[in-house]
Write a protein that binds this ligand. Structure first.
Ligand code: PLP
Length: 412
């Protein structure tokens, strides 16, 4: 007898499949431009000096232990996490309008929002995602039961942001839809709206009474500035224009380099203008539901990474070091973008290459086709996604020349 209905074999995750082929490739000069994780100039994973220092302080601190956290997570972490993303002077903080819940990194925060909105959102339960977006966005929202749709983002012909398509799609979506936004370092295109474009996007969201979710996976990583990379979120909250709650999913995977520790938070920010009493009632109800979800899924969030990140954020010496580490990572990536562009121009590679330096953050949407990506892998041992997305963090002084020559060969 069969114990199962049909269990279909699914194709491997494209990114992790790429990683497996890279690992199996015996060529010593292979280059990994696939996975979105920072590498130092020797191509090695980098433990941030701020994290090394914080880890030591934490372990040596009196009362250090491995007890369970409460269901909402580590409170000093949640307070510091809200402050770093929203800004110390945020309306949300001064009005005490925030509910924060610790999550399994950014993905876990997205999952919490998805399940919460699927159960409680009264508007159009369709999440609008940028086209393209981080592939997992589709899976996270669909598996929670929500619908997904897209708004235009990447103008492939001109290799720039399709701001008109973006704004008009938001304007035409049914009133009260859910709009997912990348606050900075858009994955996969690396293209972000300008401050003026953000105003247009946020105005359209406010006008149509949509509910925005900000997915913040790269704060400080894009520009090196925590303020600049959070500006879109802070404008949305502090302008007071948006009448819906605002959801912020926050990951510390990239900006603290704690990928595997799964440190993140979900912040729900209530709109201005609620009476103090109804705000407290709503906050308390939301918190109780997020706790119920957390309890049934993971019982309580993981402690170790949250304690390290809390130390990084709040201990003055660690915080100073972290802000320097952010500049180290972001400026190395910016330098590599420049070098790749200059080398391609130097080789006379057909096409224009300004988009590589106009993009920010971990990724560059190179404009290379799936065929070119395949040839890069087979002939040159240069691994990037078939969409043409390259993780710029995989470039370094030792391989950028090879990569430029390989691009040149497959493009011609
Ligand atoms: N959101 C975006 C846009 C991302 O690029 C990523 C990671 O690549 C995440 C969320 C989630 O990352 P994590 O769950 O590791 O925090």
């Amino acid at each position: 007898a069969s114990y199962f209905t049909e269990i279909k074999q699914l194709p491997p995750d494209p990114l992790f499949g790429l990683k497996a082929r890279y690992t199996a490739d015996p060529r010593s000069d292979k280059v990994d431009l696939g996975i979105g994780a920072y590498r130092d100039n020797n191509g090695k994973p980098w433990i941030l000096p701020a994290v090394r220092g914080a880890e030591k302080k934490l372990i040596e601190s009196p009362g250090y232990n491995h007890e369970y956290l409460g269901i909402s997570g580590y409170e000093p972490f949640l307070t510091a996490a809200a402050e770093v993303i929203l800004g110390a002077n945020s309306r949300a903080i001064s009005e005490s309008a925030i509910v924060s819940q610790q999550s399994l990194s950014g993905t876990g925060a997205l999952h919490l929002v998805a399940v919460f909105l699927n159960e409680f959102f009264a508007g159009n339960k369709t999440v609008y995602l940028s086209k393209p977006t981080w592939a997992n966005h589709h899976s996270v929202f669909l598996s929670a039961g929500l619908k997904v749709d897209t708004y235009p983002y990447w103008d492939a012909e001109n290799k720039k942001l399709d701001i008109e398509g973006f704004v008009s799609t938001i304007q035409n979506a049914p009133q009260g839809s859910i709009i997912l936004l990348h606050p900075c370092a858009h994955n996969p295109t690396g293209l972000d709206p300008t401050p003026a474009e953000w105003n247009r996007i946020l105005d359209a969201i406010a006008e149509r009474k949509h509910l925005p979710i900000f997915d913040s996976a790269y704060q400080g990583f894009a520009s090196g500035s925590l303020e600049k990379d959070a500006a879109s979120i802070r404008t949305a909250i502090d302008s007071g224009k948006i009448s819906s709650p605002i959801f912020v999913c926050q990951s510390f995977a990239k900006n603290v380099g704690m990928y595997g520790e799964r440190v993140g938070a979900l912040h729900v920010i209530l709109p201005a203008g609620e009476s103090a009493e109804s705000k407290e009632t709503l906050k308390s109800a939301i918190k109780s539901q997020l706790n119920k979800l957390t309890r049934s899924e993971i019982s309580n969030p993981p402690a170790y990474g949250a304690k390290i990140v809390a130390t990084v954020l709040t201990d003055p010496e660690s915080r100073k070091q972290w802000e320097e580490d952010l500049v180290t990572m972001s400026s190395r990536i910016i330098k590599m973008r420049n070098e790749l562009k200059l080398k391609l121009i130097g080789l006379g590679t057909p096409g224009t290459w300004d988009h590589i330096t106009n993009q920010t953050g971990m990724f560059s949407f190179t404009g290379l086709t799936p065929d070119m990506a395949e040839r890069l892998e087979k002939v040159h041992g240069v691994y990037l996604m078939s969409s043409g997305r390259a993780s710029v963090a995989g470039l370094n002084d030792g391989n950028v020349d090879k990569v430029a020559r390989a691009f040149d060969e497959v493009i011609r």
